[in-house]
Ligand binder design. Structure first.
Ligand code: SF4
Length: 284
């Protein structure tokens, strides 16, 4: 049985004291421990940003890729070795700005990996600029009079783009977040978990007090049905996206790997499903 210490290496995180990302790292560690995924079966792939340092703090396979490009890399890892559990990590700038093209296609493509985004509504590594998730009125060096753009409604965007697992967590609510990550990893297809993870250095507006006052857990909404797409979109609108829990899950759509195999049964498909691709003359 796996232990929490199995995933520790000798690198100490250098996030600021109080950064939310410590809690996300702990929650991912708890989830893979409880699912008994040993380090040699785990790959943690990240992009660029404070949050993306996380891959270096796990004892597991991993790659710290380029800005916004963690998802194509991670999908390649999964398709090349389907025995690996692949967890992709990044921040809201990495995921929803420079990487948004890849994110949208990952939502619709449905490769069987898990994407944990640490959403603090700001760019931290580059010292505090507005991100696609920043609130209207948020004052930064790049928005001295306050941001006047609407924050991207990312969960609605994910559902609209065809995502089959959309959840949102708060790193302070560790038990709920661990369960969401476990559910996401067990979901057959692409699972997206947006995690509110405060930046205590560059975002004083959306700190711990803000999330405590404004977040509502879906467990408090009686009769909420995450398989109902229309209800998910309406509830997100009703709460301006400030929800935690499993927002939407579609278990009817096959993951990319299965869909590819079913599509034509050709040599590429068989190779992808049953074995690592071994090119031969018949494939070209
Ligand atoms: Fe965390 Fe913000 Fe510090 Fe980056 S700048 S480590 S996001 S608190």
């Amino acid at each position: 049985m796996a232990q929490v210490t199995d995933y520790r290496n000798d690198i100490r995180p250098n996030w600021c004291p109080g950064c939310g990302h410590y809690g996300v790292q702990a929650a991912i560690t708890d989830a893979v421990t409880q699912l008994d995924i040993s380090p040699e079966k785990l790959a943690v792939i990240s992009g660029i940003g404070c949050s993306s340092r996380i891959g270096g703090y796990f004892y597991a396979y991993g790659a710290h890729t380029t800005h916004g490009r963690a998802l194509p890399y991670a999908q390649g890892v999964k398709l090349a070795n389907q025995d690996l559990e692949v967890v992709v990590c990044g921040g809201d700038g990495d995921a929803f700005a420079i990487g948004m093209g890849h994110t949208i296609h990952a939502f619709k493509r449905n490769v069987n990996i898990t994407y944990v985004v640490m959403d603090n509504h700001v760019y931290g590594l580059t010292k505090g600029q507005t991100s696609p998730r920043s609130d209207i009125g948020f004052v930064t060096k790049t928005s001295p009079h306050g941001s006047f753009e609407s924050p991207l409604p990312i969960c609605e965007t994910a559902i609209a783009a065809g995502a089959t697992f959309v959840a949102q967590g708060y790193m302070i609510n560790r038990a709920e977040l661990v369960e969401l990550i476990k559910q996401g990893m067990q979901h057959e297809g692409f699972s997206f978990i947006n995690v509110f993870s405060p930046c205590v250095t560059y975002n004083k507006r959306n700190g711990y007090d803000y999330f405590k006052e404004n977040l509502t857990s879906l467990s408090k909404i009686e009769g909420y049905d995450p398989s109902n797409r229309a209800e998910a979109l309406k509830t997100l609108g009703d709460y301006q996206g400030l929800l935690t829990g499993l927002i939407y899950e579609d278990t009817t759509k096959p993951c990319f790997e299965k869909a590819l195999a079913d599509a034509n049964g050709g040599p590429h498909a068989r190779a992808l499903v049953h074995d690592v691709v071994k090119p031969d003359a018949t494939m070209f």
